[in-house]
Design a binder for this molecule. Structure first.
Ligand SMILES: Nc1ncnc2c1ncn2[C@@H]1O[C@H](COP(=O)(O)OP(=O)(O)OP(=O)(O)O)[C@@H](O)[C@H]1O
Length: 300
C-alpha cells in the first residue's frame, strides 16, 4: 500500500459535524451525546463492541432516524433528518447488510443511485425528449465510469444477484458514489470478506479518498481500520470513549479493556491463508468484541 494518511485539516469547515447526537429507543439510550467531525479528505474510523450504537449513529447521520437530541451539519449547514435530502446534500452510505436490487443488472443498480443528481422530470421522462435522452446518456456514462473505477465494468450487464459476495459489496459502493457524494459512510464494508477482498476494499477506500471524497467507516476488522483511518473514534455503550490516531486509540487502556481485550498487534502485510486454522485465528483476533453484546439486526 503506497497511500499516505491525509494531512489533518485544521481551521477548515468540517464536511460533517455531528453535535450532541443522542438516540433513545424507549428506555434504551443507544447513542448518547456524540460529537464527531469529519474534515474534507479524511478517512475516519468508527469502532466499538456489538451494540455500541455505531449503526444507530449512522442512521442518525443519514436521516433514517430523527435523533432525540443533537444536530448533524454537512459543510456547515444543519441537515433535515430526511434520507433523500441528506443524499442530495452530499452524504451517501452503504448498509451492513447488502441492499442491492437483486433482479436488476449491475449497471441499473448504479443508475438507481444517480437519481438524486438527475433533473429531468416525469413529463420529460414520459415523452423521452432530447433533454431526457441527453440526461440518460450522461447518467449512463457516469455509471460506467464508476463501474470502471470499482472494477465491475465487465459485469455491467450481469444481474446483481449473480455477482460473488465481494463484488456485490463493491457494487454497493459504486451505487453510493453515483450520487456524487462529498462524504461516504461505509457500514462494515469488509464483513464476510476473505483477506484478499478486504485488501481490495482498503485500496478502493484510499482511491475514493484520492477523488476528494471523505469517508467515515464502521468496521470490526482492526487491521483494516487502523491501517486505513486518519483518526479513529471509539463508541462504547452509546458514548464516545476516545477519538484519535490509530496509535493513540490502540494504546488507550480503556479501549483495550472495553473492546480490544488485548493490545492490538499489527501483523506484517503478507498474504494470509484463506482457510485453515491459522487464518481463522487471525480473523478472530482482528474482529474483537464481535460477540460481546447481543444486538438486534433491526434497521441495519
Ligand atoms: N430500532 C431499534 N429499536 C430499538 N433498539 C434498537 C434499534 N436499533 C438499535 N437498537 C439498539 O440500540 C443499541 C445499539 O445498536 P446498534 O445496532 O446501533 O449497535 P452497533 O454498534 O452498530 O452494533 P453492531 O456492531 O453489532 O452492528 C443496541 O442495544 C440495539 O439493540
Amino acid at each position: 500500500m503506497t497511500e499516505t494518511k491525509a494531512t489533518p485539516s485544521t481551521g477548515t469547515t468540517p464536511i460533517l459535524q455531528a453535535t450532541g447526537v443522542t438516540m433513545r429507543f424507549g428506555g434504551l439510550t443507544a447513542v448518547r451525546s456524540v460529537d464527531l467531525a469529519v474534515h474534507p479528505g479524511e478517512i475516519v474510523g468508527l469502532i466499538g463492541p456489538n451494540g455500541a450504537g455505531k449503526t444507530t449513529f449512522f442512521n442518525c447521520l443519514t436521516g433514517l432516524y430523527i435523533p432525540t437530541q443533537g444536530t448533524v451539519a454537512y459543510q456547515g449547514t444543519v441537515l433535515p433528518p430526511k434520507p433523500h435530502l441528506v443524499t442530495q446534500a452530499g452524504i451517501a452510505r452503504t448498509f451492513q447488510n447488502i441492499r442491492l436490487f437483486a433482479n436488476m443488472t449491475v449497471l441499473e443498480n448504479v443508475l438507481v443511485g444517480r437519481h438524486t443528481r438527475t433533473k429531468e422530470g416525469l413529463w420529460s421522462a414520459l415523452l423521452r425528449g432530447p433533454g431526457f435522452k441527453r440526461a440518460e446518456e450522461a447518467s449512463r456514462e457516469r455509471a460506467m465510469e464508476l463501474l470502471e473505477f470499482t472494477g465491475l465494468a465487465h459485469k455491467a450487464d450481469h444481474l446483481s444477484r449473480n455477482l460473488p459476495y465481494g463484488e456485490q459489496r463493491k457494487l454497493e459502493i459504486a451505487r453510493a458514489l453515483a450520487s456524487d457524494p462529498g462524504l461516504l459512510l461505509l457500514d462494515e464494508p469488509t464483513a464476510g470478506m476473505n483477506p484478499q477482498e478486504t485488501r481490495a476494499t482498503e485500496e478502493l477506500v484510499f482511491a475514493i479518498r484520492d477523488r476528494g471524497i471523505a469517508v467515515l467507516v464502521i468496521e470490526h476488522d482492526m487491521r483494516f481500520i487502523f491501517n486505513l483511518s486518519d483518526r479513529v473514534a471509539v463508541l462504547v455503550q452509546g458514548e464516545k470513549l476516545i477519538e484519535g490516531t490509530a496509535e493513540v486509540v490502540q494504546a488507550d487502556e480503556r479501549v483495550i479493556a472495553a473492546y480490544l481485550g488485548t493490545p492490538f498487534e499489527p501483523t506484517p502485510d503478507t498474504a494470509e491463508p484463506e482457510t485453515g486454522t491459522s487464518g481463522d485465528a487471525d480473523a478472530a483476533d482482528a474482529h474483537p468484541g464481535q460477540n460481546s453484546t447481543a444486538a438486534t439486526e433491526d434497521e441495519q
